[in-house]
Design a protein around this ligand. Sequence first.
Ligand code: GLP
Length: 254
Amino acid sequence: MKTIKLNDMTIYVAKNYDEMSQKGAEIIAELLKAKPDAALGLATGGTPVGMYKELIEMNKKGEISFKEVSSYNLDEYYPIEKTNDQSYDYFMRDNLFNHVDIDINNTHIPNGMAADCAAEGKAYDELVRATGGVDIQVLGIGGNGHIGFNEPCDVFDPITHQVTLDERTIRDNARFFNSIEEVPTQAITMGIGTIMTAKSILLLASGKGKAPIVKEMLLGKVTPQVPASILQFHKDVKIVLDEEAAAELLSEIE
Ligand code: GLP
């Protein structure tokens, strides 16, 4: 697989979505073998689904175990019940937790029904801080450069907080709902500061729709208008792209 070093970032260019998913799963599996009680920062969205499938297979074959793992998800819609099949809580159970040997009590997702979002954010950050920083934070990237639900704005948000979703994010996520009107307009997300406490980062991106923002994130200036650009300042970042998502980056640097 083509590997590119860009400052402290390692970029892997996979042929397609399946190869990207496999590479992402291998990186997590390697960590779990070295540290069975790892703290995983997890993400939702279409991108990591294939990677979660690979991890489920590895777990079924006995190659990896989640028994001692704890997990901390990036974000949740607000307000939303855990039982709603559009909640990220439901997504994680459906796409990973129900199929591996993880103890569900060790999985954490911001509470989409919190009465007080500021208090919820503070408590969530304390949970993450108690891990000493998750060992690996899985990220996707929004078409507008968001990570978690940190939308483009004037300042990097340090803490877990309530956000109003961008019109573009609502449009992009409408594909998971019956209609755009059903997409929640608010969410609770780890802040950029929370994300940056991770000991390592694993960002996945697939498809040509992500090609412009991938280039911007990695080669553009670091700005809260492209929240993912902050990753240029993290010391241990792995980016796994498929060829389509890598296309604009590669045409710039090669
Ligand atoms: C969602 C999530 C992000 C995700 C991004 C991209 O709204 N909050 O964590 O990375 O948007 O989603 P997808 O992988 O479906 O393109």
